[in-house]
Design a protein around this ligand. Structure first.
Ligand code: AMP
Length: 189
């Protein structure tokens, strides 16, 4: 049985940065479905070809494809010590897919990253100057926010009902935010 931690929050909230740091400190695997999809695109796989235009517009890749990709990834040996999911689940069907495998991979905690929207747009536009990400454009960012509000934010309630949510103030110093998450996890583990 490997426990899953979920990092949930709008685009640009710093989930990836924190996930990398926390994963390395606690020996967890860091799984970013966005990174996996970008890898498919650069390797020009059939999934990558489907995903590219969807992602460039800021829309979501289909649940079926992402769930299959994620479940396969969880079978890797590096997931045995625990996993941080960064960017998954993003929809109710994705969250429900985790319920189906909860005997093997129970969701232990959901960290919700809170940042206000103006701050986020600035962060993403700045990131776009260096990341080379073709979806860090103003048009795509707007779509990604709308989708976050519509499809992903309701998951906070879904996990709140299971008493798994910890809110993280994701504005401010990266190391302070990291300390807050690490402290909370240390209490839990
Ligand atoms: P991210 O790197 O998490 O910001 O993801 C970049 C893009 O990849 C998103 O805008 C989606 O198009 C796609 N993507 C990543 N994760 C998922 C997911 N769980 N479900 C659907 N699409 C996803």
């Amino acid at each position: 049985m490997s426990e899953l931690l979920i990092f949930l929050g709008p685009p640009g909230a710093g989930k990836g940065t924190q996930a990398i740091k926390i994963a390395s400190k606690f020996g967890f695997a860091h799984i970013s479905t966005g990174d996996m999809l970008r890898e498919h695109i650069s390797n020009e796989t059939s999934l990558g070809k489907v995903a590219k235009s969807v992602m460039d517009k800021g829309n979501l890749v289909s649940d079926e494809l992402v769930i299959e990709m994620l479940v396969e990834r969880l079978r890797n040996d590096d997931c045995k010590n625990g996993v941080i999911l960064d960017g998954f689940p993003r929809t109710l069907p994705q969250a429900e897919s985790l319920e189906n495998i909860k005997n093997e991979f129970p969701v232990s905690k959901v960290f919700v990253f809170e940042v206000d929207e103006d701050e986020l747009v600035q962060r993403i536009l700045l990131r776009g100057q260096t990341s080379g990400r073709t979806d860090d454009t103003e048009g795509s960012i707007k779509v990604r926010f709308e989708i976050y509000m519509q499809d992903t934010e309701p998951l906070i309630n879904f996990y709140h009902r299971q008493e798994k949510v910890t809110k993280i103030n994701a504005v401010g110093d990266v190391d302070e935010i990291y300390q807050n998450i690490a402290e909370d996890l240390n209490k839990y583990l």
